[in-house]
Design a protein around this ligand. Structure first.
Ligand code: FES
Length: 84
């Protein structure tokens, strides 16, 4: 499912998605340890990977533009792709 997100540097993408009452898994509740909140970014208008996110991806397969929504912030209005 493709959804639009507004620029917001205070709420993570996970929080923004949850605030829209769109279902998204978040087993570790945003602590960058479960990987269930993975999304695909559809532009480059998002924050860089945090050190904790870089640590999560070490040794794991990461698709192009795939990120942890709990560790990513939307810098300009854009779209993301949710697993469905
Ligand atoms: S909610 Fe677990 S890694 Fe994002």
């Amino acid at each position: 499912m493709k959804i639009k997100e507004s620029a917001n540097d205070e709420l993570s993408l996970l929080e923004q998605i949850q605030n829209q009452e769109i279902e998204i898994d978040s087993a570790c509740e945003g602590n960058a340890s479960c990987g269930t909140c993975r999304i695909i970014l559809l532009s480059d208008q998002f924050s860089e990977e945090t050190p904790i996110e870089k640590e999560f991806w070490k040794g794991r397969s990461q698709k192009k533009q795939e990120r942890l929504s709990c560790q990513t912030y939307c810098l300009k209005d854009s779209e993301v792709l949710l697993k469905s």
